[in-house]
Structures are given as C-alpha cells and as structure tokens.
Unconditional design. Structure first.
Lengths: 426, 91
C-alpha cells in the first residue's frame, strides 16, 4: 500500500518498509505481519537511522509533548498521530520497596497510570490505530487478555473507528466493563487466550479489518519501545543496569531492548550493558520453563493462573525473550499465584502503587531474583509495572483487610481504633 | 477420511484464493503430502528441508494445537477441521 516513503532528513516518515526478522526478506509497509514469501517469521519495521540521527537530539525530544509522540521519529507513522496523551508515565524512585528488598537504587516505571486506559497497551494501540487509519482501515480489532481490549476500544472511539474486539470469556469484570463502556462489539470467546488468538488469525484471513496484534503487529509492537526511551530520559539520559518486566507474548521485553539499542545507535545515550530479566506466573510459564531447561524453543502450555493479563500459553516472541535474557546475563523466573498477590500488596504498601496481577508477578519475581542473588544491590534496577490494580480487584479481594464498621459515635470509633491498633501491633 | 483445511491468507496464492479446502488424509503428515499433491510446492512452504513444520507455523486439529496431540503424527478422522495459522500473532 505504501510503496515509496519520503526519506527527507528533516520531514516525513523515518521508516522505509518491513523486513523479516528471521530471513531478512523485504516487504512494503502494508498490513502484514509474517514473512509470507519465505519463512513465516515475524516482520519488523525498517528505519532510516541516519535520517533519525539528523533529526533528533536530547533537546528536540525534551521540547516535545509529554507523551509517546515526543519520540515520533522512532515510530512507524507517516502523518499526524492519534494523540490521547499516552505515555510519559512516572518513573518512581522506590525507596521503601528497595529497603524492604535490600536494594539501593530501585525504580518503578508505573504504566498503571498510563492514558487513556491505565495500562502499557495504550502505547502500542496509539501507534497501531494511527497506522491503521493511514492504511485505510475503518474497522479495528484485536485478540486480548483484557488490557488491550480496553485500549483498542477506547482509542478507536476517540479516533472514530469501528471496533470489534475478542477476549477470553473468563476475564475479570473490570476488564470486561472497561471495554464495553466504549461501545465496541465485544466477542467473549469460550476458551483461553491462545484459542482467541487462533480464532482472530482466522477472522483476519477473511475480514478486511485492522487487527492491532495480527496484521498490524509490526507497527503495534513498536509502541512498546517508548517504555525503553522514557526510562532512559527519566534516569537523566542514562541506561539502568537491570530491568525486570512481565512476559506474556514476550513482545514488550524485546521492544524495551530495541528502544535501548536505538537510543545508543543514534547517539542519545552512552552504551552500557543492561541485564534483562522476565517475570511469568507459574500457572502459565512456557518461557520461564524453556529458559530453565536451556531450550531456545517454546513448548506451549494451557494457562491456569490469576494473572490473566499475561496468560499466553503459546507466546509469539518467547524465543526472542529467552535470547535477550541469555545474552544480557538476565534471568526468567516464575512465581505462584500466592506470591503474585503478595507482590501486589507489597508494592501497594511500600510505594502507594496499586498494580494488577501482571505487576504483582513482576514484583514477586524481582523479590525472588534478589533472594537468589541475581540482582546486585548496587545496581540501578527498573521494574516495569504495566497495568492498574483496580481492573483486577477479584485477585486480591479475599487477601486484604476489611473496613471496621462503626456507628457514628465517638465510643464506637474508640473501640474500633483500639482493636485496630492491637491488630496492627499484633 | 475427508478433512477440511483452513488455509491462511499468505498461502492462499497456492489454493487459487480458497480459504478452505477439503482433502483425504489420515494424519497431519499425510495431509501435508496431500496438500503438496494438489498444490505442488506447498510442502516446501510449510516444512523445512527435514519435513518438519516451520517454527513459525501452528497447526490445529479441531482447534487443538497438535503440540498437545501427537505433533505431525496426529491422526485425522472424517470430518476433522485442520487449521494452519502463522504463529507470530497476539500479545
């Protein structure tokens, strides 16, 4: 569709097409995601890094909007973006959590307050729907574990695109409601995410829709690079020593790495080794299992965990995530559902950040890796929190306290306060 | 044993743009041979030089990933639906 793209150093798009990540076969920058002529490998966007280098500097980026679009020269769009204020979320210095865990320099990248739908998915969807509109799609879709459905429905509503999204039928109420409110067509599929994903691939074959994570996946996934760029910028134009991020398909993990690599490549940050560690739930840990067994291929599993947002049993980018963890000296670990709940509570109690199950998984794995001596206390470590706890309240509802029910009388309060103090001291 | 095969878009150039074809086969391996018999060259797209399905393709029999069954030896029965799906999607 977009055969020739302008490559002027100062204006126009900075990407030139698509290329197979496996065999290098080139493709035009249309709506396609696999190397259909050769090996079925994933397609990646090809950039003109000389043009980017000529155009960007720390000061041009700092002068940009407080959103992912301050990095637009690194993103695969041609014209004006759909700007819903996505990105540039807080990087918190997590002193209390660091002390609790025995670290000195711990940061939380909090995408639980990303806009507009409180997860990192707003980044990828903002890019995907901008590209969808450029490619002429009027209906957009996705296969989602919940957060992506929220984001696709919301940003489609803002952009005036028709929307039909697919989720597993057993998702948390907040994720279902948080999609329906935008009035898309919502298909709740009787099955797990991998079944939803397969169905969507079949639907994508015959319906002319833009599926953000199927035929638009090369563009969509690039949005996650901004989680790498922002951390560099928020650390004062420096790379961290170690990052910990949740692994579902593995795409986010690979794109944080790509974001770091690109800023090094164009001279925005000095090169430094960064270790990449990944977090999975034991009930769906195909990548962690392969890593532990020294395999470079994934054996799919059937998910059974409360961490539904990362419950992908057949992760598309799993092999690439393993490769990155191995090459950077990182690790990939899995934690139980009970540890995930403790992780959610620990982050909330120490830092005032209420994350969902994926974030609980990340914190629990962070704790585990520290206990195993795999994170040096001196290292600048960044834990990526990708979603908001208010969407998965079911997960923690029975594991937290209850309010004291009292009369509107001082005596009633005094009695309850004494009881509360005894409980807290006990 | 007549089975229905769902063909992904990238391979429909082999099947005259048909998204679904019917073939006789008793196993997934047999189905790959049957597909190649009717649409010469298709096997080399589906499989590597050792006859193993390419890493980036998933095959499902009645919606079940064959890696949960007997992989390419998975038996097929009359009326089964086989779906060939590029693996790189979702997430």
């Amino acid at each position: 569709m977009t055969a020739t793209l302008s490559r002027s150093p100062l204006a126009g798009p900075t990407f030139t097409g698509l290329r197979c990540k496996e065999c290098g076969h080139p493709y035009e920058a249309g709506a396609r995601h696999v190397c259909e002529d050769v090996c079925f490998g994933p397609l990646e966007v090809v950039y003109d890094y000389e043009a980017i280098k000529a155009r960007v500097s720390r000061s041009t980026i700092e002068a940009g909007p407080a959103s992912i679009w301050r990095y637009r020269d690194f993103l695969p769009i041609e014209g004006d973006p759909i700007d819903v204020g996505t990105g540039f979320t807080p990087l918190l210095k997590a002193g209390n959590l660091a002390r609790r865990l025995g670290l000195k320099n711990l940061y939380i990248k909090n995408d639980g307050v990303n806009m507009p739908t409180l997860s990192f998915k707003d980044r990828v969807v903002s890019v995907a729907l901008t590209r969808a509109r450029e490619l002429g799609f009027t209906t957009v879709s996705c296969a989602s574990t919940g957060n992506l459905a929220n984001s696709t429905a919301a940003i489609a509503a803002h952009a005036g695109l028709d929307c039909c999204v697919f989720i597993p039928s057993d998702l948390e109420l907040g994720k279902v409601l948080g999609t329906l409110i935008y009035n898309p067509t919502l298909m709740a599929v009787k099955g797990n995410y991998d079944q939803v994903n397969r169905l969507c691939s079949e639907v994508a074959n015959t319906y002319g829709w833009g599926f953000v994570n199927i035929n638009l996946r090369p563009y969509y996934s690039e949005g996650s690079k901004t989680l790498g760029y922002e951390v560099i910028e928020q650390l004062g134009w420096q790379l961290p020593d170690h990052i910990v991020a949740p692994l579902a398909s593995g795409s986010l993990f690979t794109k944080i790495r790509k974001g770091f690599d690109e800023f090094i490549k164009v001279g925005l940050v000095d090169e430094k080794a960064v270790r990449f560690s990944g977090a999975q739930a034991e009930g769906c840990s195909p990548i962690a299992q392969a890593f532990a067994e020294g395999r470079d291929f994934i054996t799919p599993v059937k998910p059974n965990t409360i961490a539904k947002s990362i419950a992908i049993g057949n992760p598309a980018d799993g092999p690439y995530a393993i490769d990155i963890a191995n090459r950077t000296g990182g690790s990939i670990a899995a934690v139980s559902d009970a540890e995930i709940i403790e992780g959610i509570k620990l982050l909330a109690e120490t830092e005032g950040v209420f994350t969902e199950t994926a974030g609980g998984t990340t914190i629990a794995v962070l704790k585990k890796l520290i206990e195993q001596g795999k994170i040096n206390p001196e290292e600048t470590t960044v834990a990526y929190i990708t979603g908001n706890g208010l969407k998965t309240t079911e997960a923690v509802a029975s594991s937290i306290g209850e309010p004291y029910l009292i009369e509107a009388q001082l005596d009633s309060f005094k009695a309850a306060w004494q009881q509360a103090q005894a409980t807290h001291q006990g | 044993m007549a089975v229905q095969v769902l063909i992904p878009t990238p391979l429909q150039k082999f099947t005259a743009d048909e998204a679904s074809v019917e073939l006789e086969a008793t196993s997934v391996d047999g189905l790959i041979e049957a597909l190649d018999g009717r649409y010469p060259g298709l096997k080399s797209r589906l499989c590597d030089e050792n006859g193993k399905l390419r890493r980036f393709l998933n095959v499902y029999v009645n919606s079940e990933d064959i890696r949960f069954l007997d992989n390419q030896a998975t038996a097929l029965n009359d009326g089964d639906e086989v779906s060939i799906v590029p693996a790189v999607a979702g997430g």
